[in-house]
Design a protein around this ligand. Structure first.
Ligand code: ZN
Length: 184
């Protein structure tokens, strides 16, 4: 950040009084521009035995498969964000959302959350950010072509939990991934 979004003056980096971290501070209008983690919300859309995945049309990870998810907008709930992203990326409508996985990704300042959900019907198609959208059975999941670790972890939990038919909320931190490791 170089310029103050309030008054346009040059920003300095300093520790404000009573704080213990370096912040972006405007010396002209005294505004402190806090930087905080961003929340990504998405769905695990279920249709019978299958899961709906989207192949990304945008970077990062263009061409890789993901669950529909994206950054929350101001003024909406996490469930609304998850529903909206599913509609935008997969043109799919979902119902019965239940919080399922919540991942902390402190190395990229994000919190990632997925809701289990049922597709309302079997009508879906690729939205602007998707190359294609498709239902996958457990045996068909393209594990080596998943876009993000959060997607792989959520699918792993789901297929394990489905055997027991109990789906506790999962919360874990995900560490940065060595480049060589398989992307799941
Ligand atoms: Zn200012």
């Amino acid at each position: 950040m170089k310029y103050c979004s309030q008054c346009g003056s040059t920003i300095t980096e300093q520790i404000p009084d009573g704080d213990n971290r370096i912040r972006f501070v405007c010396a002209a209008c005294d505004t402190i521009h806090y930087q905080n983690p961003r929340i990504v919300a998405g769905c695990l859309p279920v249709w019978g035995d299958s899961i709906l995945l989207c192949r990304r049309a945008i970077e990062p990870r263009r061409g890789y498969w993901t669950l529909p998810a994206g950054f929350m907008e101001n003024g909406e709930t996490m469930q609304q964000a998850a529903e909206r992203e599913t509609l935008e990326e997969a043109c799919a409508r979902v119902t019965g959302l239940r919080l399922y996985t919540l991942f902390d990704l402190p190395h990229i300042n994000q919190v990632y959350t997925f809701f289990r959900a049922e597709l309302l019907d079997d009508r879906f198609c690729a939205g602007d950010e998707s190359l294609e959208v498709k239902l996958f059975s457990q045996a068909e999941i393209p594990w080596s072509e998943l876009a993000f670790p959060t997607v792989g972890r959520t699918l792993e939990y789901f297929f394990a939990d489905r055997v027991q038919q109990t789906f506790p909320v999962r919360n874990e931190a995900i560490a940065p991934m060595p480049m060589a490791r398989r992307q799941v």
